[in-house]
Write a protein that binds this ligand. Structure first.
Ligand code: ASP
Ligand code: MG
Length: 465
């Protein structure tokens, strides 16, 4: 049996300059010494934004700034190629031919004064199509046989431009057919992240930060040993270091812990983006390309069993909606009507609780949805308000949700006591509490002004890892 492939994805900041590209290539070279590697490249940092702005300018008929943007992009990649040549001592050419296609696309937008999702995808695809050949050239210059691979030859998507979904049935065999022969020959493919193609052959993109998705898709299709996400942070920390300066690195997390953490505000990973890897059981490793000696965070099915609370996260910008009234007790269907209402108007309920006295239902929703949610609930319960069965619908802002997360909380006695003891000692008033039956998350709502104090107090109770 040949060794399993590992997939290494580099984000925009990790490819921001010639120096960064060369150090990415060195990291790939090291990984390739251990086994077969497939790389995924994002656009050089900020390039996707510049491209999208150029498309918007073109749409308004402002072709001059759009052209200036193309020149700036040319210059940036030219300088990167020169820098790679200097650093490696091998000539690296920048092939600017692609930019002619970009210029034509922008001219077309400006002529029609119309920017369809389809043409927007074409324009934004250039960042990755320009960066992947540079990364590959840097590898070749270091003596690692490599080849750039345009993901559009493998990743077939639907035609939802801007947020296309991969058709795994069609793509997986194409991915294997395209990449396995290369790695078998010792060639390191550098795949363009973010892009795919629709069944009719048009360029699509997988959504912002879509290179993570590309890496996850390749990892799943290739049954990779791991998908390494090279980024600009050390990994996942036990809390936001801006609030808790001594937050520590979590070296191992389960998929579920990582999911709970992202859901409650930690910017670990955009979870839906990496679902293909998770579904295939491929471990995800987050590592810092600026400090590559660090161990990073490995997110896998196994996680780190047997520990209690492992992380504290928080989200701001919440609104606490409460429905109170003596007449609500024992009447079936109130909760169903509450959730029916939020579902109908498309508001996502982040957390909720009802105590057994049934005199109060509390919902946490995004602050931005406050007005329409209150209006819709007022309307839904107008009769109950009229008869006095319900006092009315109250909304409070600004509210934050704080969450303690850890697989090991399940079945561990006294976790809730630890949490609320710590918070009480910090003098923080808890508004609403929820614990999912998975028991790996205890969440509570506090005034925004108490958010930092609650997070700090809770973090004090964590064991160092
Ligand atoms: N370049 C794309 C973006 O900026 C995709 C990525 O970086 O993952 O969103
Ligand atoms: Mg990016």
């Amino acid at each position: 049996m040949s060794k399993p492939i590992s997939v290494h994805k580099f984000g925009g900041t990790s490819l921001g300059s010639a120096e960064r590209i060369v150090s990415a290539a060195r990291l790939l070279q090291k990984a390739a010494a251990r086994g077969p590697v497939v790389a995924v490249a994002s656009a050089m940092g900020g390039v996707t934004d510049v491209l999208l702005q150029a498309a918007r300018d073109a749409e308004r008929g402002r072709l001059a700034p759009a052209r200036t943007a193309v020149e700036a992009i040319r210059q940036r990649h030219l300088e990167a190629a020169q820098g790679i040549s200097e650093a490696t001592g091998k000539a690296v050419e920048f092939d600017g031919k692609l930019l002619a296609e970009l210029t034509t696309a922008l001219a077309g937008i400006s002529m029609l004064r119309e920017r369809t999702p389809r043409i927007t995808d074409l324009v934004s695809s250039f960042g990755e199509r320009l960066s992947a050949p540079l990364v590959s050239a840097a590898l070749s210059a270091l003596g690692v046989p490599s080849r750039p691979v345009d993901a559009r030859t493998m990743i077939v998507t639907d035609d939802r431009h801007g947020a296309a979904q991969c058709d795994r049935k069609k793509s997986d065999p194409r991915i294997r057919r395209a990449l396995q022969p290369l790695t078998a020959k010792g060639v390191l493919p550098v795949v363009t992240g973010f892009v795919g193609r629709s069944p009719s052959g048009e360029t699509t993109t997988l959504g912002r930060s879509g290179s993570d998705t590309t890496a996850a898709l390749l990892g799943a299709a290739l049954h990779a040993s791991e998908v390494v996400i090279w980024t600009d942070v050390d990994g996942v920390l036990s809390a936001d270091p801006r609030i808790v300066p001594n937050a520590h690195l979590l070296r191992r997390l389960s998929y579920r812990e990582a999911a709970e953490m992202t859901y409650f505000g930690a910017k670990v990973l955009h979870f839906p983006a990496v679902l293909p890897a998770i579904a295939a059981g491929v471990p995800l490793v987050i590592r810092n390309s600026f400090a590559p000696k660090g161990p990073g965070t490995t997110i896998s099915a196994k996680g780190n069993p047997g520990r209690g609370i492992r992380a504290v996260t928080a989200i701001s910008g919440m609104c606490l909606i409460s429905l109170d009234g003596g007449g609500m007790a024992g009447i079936p269907g109130i909760a169903a009507r509450v959730f029916g209402t939020t579902a109908r108007i498309g508001v996502s309920v982040v957390m909720f609780s009802q105590a057994s006295s049934e005199q109060n239902i509390a919902l946490l929703i995004p602050e931005a949805d406050r007005a329409r949610t209150v209006a819709a609930l007022d309307q839904e319960f107008r009769y109950e308000r009229l008869t006095g069965a319900m006092d009315g619908v109250k909304a409070r802002v600004p509210i934050a949700i704080v969450a303690a997360v850890g697989d090991g909380m399940r079945g561990t006695k006294g976790v809730a006591a630890t949490v609320f003891d710590a918070v009480a000692r910090a003098g923080v008033n808890v508004e609403v509490i929820a614990q999912g039956s998975s028991e790996c998350n205890i969440s509570f709502a506090v005034d925004e002004g108490d958010r930092a104090a609650a997070v700090r107090a809770l973090h004090e109770t964590l064991a160092a890892e």
